[in-house]
Design a binder for this molecule. Structure first.
Ligand code: UD1
Length: 342
């Protein structure tokens, strides 16, 4: 059984990916400092797959600590590196926290990989690296635009660090995955997104408003150059997204590509506006979402959606779930959270 280290494995995308990795027969080991997640996520994973992943509560900035974990677990074949800070607004106010958490951690892992015989790393990047693309849908060879926030900058620098290491002939391979907007929850409702405090992302805010925890949703701007004036994004089902990681890991470990570095967009290829998303949620769940239009949010991109052709053809991966079904899964998860009292 192939052993994989998943950093940030108790987080939102991480936990869904651990489930898919275990279902595909991988032995998973998680390192997470629980800074934005909860140890009970391990129970959810175990309920779905019947397997409790090995778990180390550890900050990846602690290089000696990570080294000790790798020494205690020989034979790790690959890493999926999710662990990162991801709140755009917070990154503007705490840039050093973001540079440390998102850069030093990757550097530590890359330094440790060769000495432990780990030659593959799948890295979580973001469509944020494209800024506002000139051409839509956006392909992987679109130019990287100046970052709008320290968070966005860390993703760009992370990609450059990996590229430079491979260029320097370090004995590693990497697949960089650029996510569009992951939403929804596992169909079992055992795991899902667990935002801390007031959600910054759209869908958790929608579900919390629909269930009555928030009075109304603020729609950030209806005067954009889009058909209904609200921003457009490519919302992708989190389980679909998780499955792409399994394919990427298989591809690296089985040497299916001659390239040492590959980059893939993970999106559906369909752009959905904020107002369309609200309507789709209401249609799928039968529940109203009170909202008001407010001013634009600083730093927001007007419209971005993926051209997923490269992932579709080269990885052989395609997003399957509809936005409506995915929003229903987010709603089922929200109801479950309330029932659980969390
Ligand atoms: C943001 C980041 C992205 C990052 C991701 C991580 C920007 C420009 N992008 O994605 O780089 O990877 O978070 O979480 O900040 N919206 C509302 N009302 C709300 C919340 C959101 O109208 O209460 C709108 C936003 O204006 C946007 C859309 O919903 O048009 C999606 O917002 P969000 O879920 O925050 O994701 P992004 O901004 O796309």
């Amino acid at each position: 059984m192939k052993k994989i280290l998943v950093t940030g494995g108790t987080g939102y995308i991480g936990s869904h990916t651990v489930v898919e990795l275990q279902n595909a027969g991988y032995e998973v080991l998680i390192i997470d400092n629980l800074s934005n997640s909860n140890v009970e996520v391990l129970d959810g994973i175990e309920k779905i797959t019947g397997i409790r992943p090995a778990f180390y509560e550890l900050d990846l900035n602690d290089k000696a600590g990570v080294q000790a974990v790798l020494e205690a677990n020989p034979g790790i074949k690959g890493i999926i590196h999710f662990a990162a800070s991801k709140a755009v607004g917070e990154s503007v106010h705490k840039p050093l926290l973001y540079y440390r958490n998102n850069l030093v951690t990757l550097i530590n892992l890359l330094e440790l990989m060769p000495e432990h015989g780990i030659d593959g790393i799948v890295f979580s990047s973001s469509c944020t690296v494209y800024g506002q693309p000139d051409i839509l849908p956006v392909t992987e060879d679109a130019p990287i635009k100046p970052a709008m926030s320290p968070y966005g900058n860390t993703k760009q620098i992370n990609e450059e660090i990996i590229r430079d290491c491979i260029h320097a002939n370090m004995p590693i391979k990497s697949i960089i995955l650029r996510y569009f907007n992951p939403i929804g929850a596992h169909p079992s409702t055992e795991i899902g997104e667990l935002p801390n405090g007031v959600p910054q992302n759209l869908v958790p805010f929608v579900t919390q408003t629909a269930i009555g925890m928030r009075k109304e949703l603020s729609v950030f701007g209806d005067d954009y150059d889009t058909p209904d004036g609200s921003c457009i994004r490519d919302y992708i089902n989190v389980v679909d997204l998780a499955k792409a990681h399994v394919i990427a890991m298989d591809r690296m470990l089985e040497n299916k590509s001659a390239e040492k570095l590959e980059i893939f967009n993970l999106g559906t290829g369909i752009g959905v506006s904020v107002l369309e998303l609200i309507r789709t949620f209401e249609k799928g769940t039968g529940v109203k979402v009170p909202y008001k239009i407010v001013g634009r949010r600083e730093g927001d991109i007007e419209k971005v959606w993926a051209n997923p052709h490269h992932a579709n053809t080269v990885l052989g991966w395609t997003a399957k779930e509809s936005v409506e079904d995915t929003l229903v899964s987010a709603w089922e998860w929200q109801k479950r959270l309330v029932k659980r009292g969390s």
